[in-house]
Design a protein around this ligand. Sequence first.
Ligand code: PHE
Length: 342
Amino acid sequence: LEHDLLAHIAAADTLDALEAVRVAALGKAGSVTALMKTLGGMAPDARLVEGPRLNALREVVAGAIAARKGELEAAALDARLATERLDMTLPAPERPTGTIHPISQVFDELAEIFADLGFAVATGPEIEDDWHNFTALNIPESHPARAMHDTFYFPQNAADSDRKMLLRTHTSPVQIRTMMTQAPPIRIIAPGRTYRSDSDATHTPMFHQVEGLVIDRGITLGHLKWTLETFIKAFFEVDDVTLRLRPSYFPFTEPGAEVDVGCSWAGGRLSIGGSESWLEVLGSGMVHPRVIAACGLDPNEWQGFAFGCGIDRLAMLKYGITDLRACFDADLRWLKHFGFRA
Ligand code: PHE
């Protein structure tokens, strides 16, 4: 029997098979257990001989099972380690990460540049009413400037007939909202989305502007020019820049000026500096006394300047973007190429 059992144990090649052998030998109805049970019916001197023999048999079998169990467990562990092995030298799979959109990047740069000059960032709603977008800015109803803005109007609500809603055509209504809620002196920039019904390679129906507004005592055109020069130099990271202020008309400024930046052509690309060609980047002027008065301030005490700058144009120039529409197509390849790492 011992020989047979040891052969079965050696032949068991899984833990389950080994357990079956154990139950068949040492279990309640096992062959060794059955032999042990015969001891009780034996004569005392036979029991004296058979007892130690059977105990020894049981121990040999139990020992062999334990040893075989150890072998099988070690083999199972080896097999698991072989299949679950991690190769730490393999390159990790690349995780897709987003990028900062060039327009957002420009917003951040502007906020930083103007923070150094003491300007806070202000915001206003993109869905505006006609009073903030036009009337308070000295553009009354039927003024031709309204037609120039290609405004997107909302269908008019009869119950609210004197509050015509529209998508703001410029960031200038933030001038009004700021002057009506903050006591001067005021120094703010207001970056944000603006809308006009217009579309080609350099115009999209949604575009971006940054408004600047300073209201204080004794503000002059000189402050405006210095601020714009400082801003353009810091933004384009150049030591010198030529600005051309062209007299122009905005109903909310007096006087008003359009500002061009001097550029030159290098390697087929327009770059900042020189005066080979002029790129119009912003509108500006001294805030019209009527606008100051419309906001409840005394224009004899408070003066200021304002400017409104097309941000998309600045971003295109600084980062070599040729088609503005691609900026807002949400094409991942474009965003990867022109975007910034967070
Ligand atoms: N709001 C004007 C525009 O969109 C720009 C501007 C702002 C001009 C402030 C003068 C002063 O064209």
